[in-house]
Design a protein around this ligand. Structure first.
Ligand SMILES: [Zn+2]
Length: 253
């Protein structure tokens, strides 16, 4: 059911949260656009201008690795300046209150951690772009370490331990979904009694399957998104408004 206006949507959402014992939020780009992170998939977004470099190309070609890193460094002022918005802060409040055990996210921006979630309680389906990892051995690297060596050598460095290629800790196109994150997201979707799909157009699979999985497991489903989604029909409540405005009243609760 689509909320007739923002006020009644917020009121119904408040009742549903009060009645629920386990609330699981699932977040997409829309929660972060207000916090300064552009939506790469949107028309005119970065990925419509620069074709994303698929995983196998990154592994096979040092040119592809250098280009990937140049693009990432160019984005650094944006990622470094982003701060959690009202949506992030509202979820962090409900997390601290014990309503939310963990957040499942498609975002790679680290803003849930920055808002107060323990890193262990952020289930990242697409990884995290604020640090890097060796593809070979998994060793973590700070971006500043990669940048320093890139500037020194003019090309992307390899792992100091195993010589493997180093990539941001994100899931690239053509790269397998992370097993542990998928397992935890499945478990959370099946255990919760209220599932909140926030700022996701629910078109990227397999991530878009989690709201339906929660619904089929008996949870209520709320969709909060500026635009209609394919799953509005099955949701118990749909709020087509700005996420900061819809979740703002829950900051500090
Ligand atoms: Zn390594």
């Amino acid at each position: 059911m689509i909320a007739s206006d923002l006020h009644s949507g917020v009121e119904q959402l408040g009742e549903m949260i009060a009645e629920a014992s386990i609330v699981v939020p699932f977040t997409g780009a829309g929660i972060s656009t207000g916090a300064g992170i552009p939506d790469f998939r949107s028309p005119g977004g970065l990925w419509t201008v620069n074709r994303p470099i698929p995983f196998d190309e990154f592994v096979a070609s040092s040119d592809a690795r250098n280009e990937t890193w140049r693009r990432r460094f160019a984005m650094e002022p944006t990622f470094a300046a982003a701060r959690p918005g009202r949506g992030h802060r509202a979820l962090a409040s409900l997390y601290k209150a014990g309503k939310i055990p963990a957040v499942v996210t498609q975002n790679i921006d680290n803003l849930h951690q920055m808002s107060g979630f323990s890193a262990d309680d952020v289930v990242e389906l697409h990884g995290n772009t604020t640090y890097a990892r060796c593809i070979g051995c998994g060793q973590a690297y700070a971006l500043s370490w990669v940048k320093q060596r890139f500037d020194m050598m003019g090309s992307a460095p390899n792992c100091a331990a195993c010589e493997g290629p180093i990539k941001t800790a994100t899931i690239s196109f053509g790269q397998a979904m992370p097993d542990e994150a998928m397992r935890r997201a499945t478990e959370l979707a099946q255990q919760c009694d209220l599932f909140l799909a926030i700022g996701s157009s629910l078109v990227v699979w397999p991530a878009a399957g989690f709201p339906l999985m929660a619904k089929e497991s008996g949870a209520r489903l709320v969709i909060i998104n500026n635009e209609p989604t394919d799953q509005d029909d099955v949701a118990d409540l749909v709020i087509h408004h700005d996420i900061g405005e819809a979740l703002g009243p829950f900051v500090g609760n």
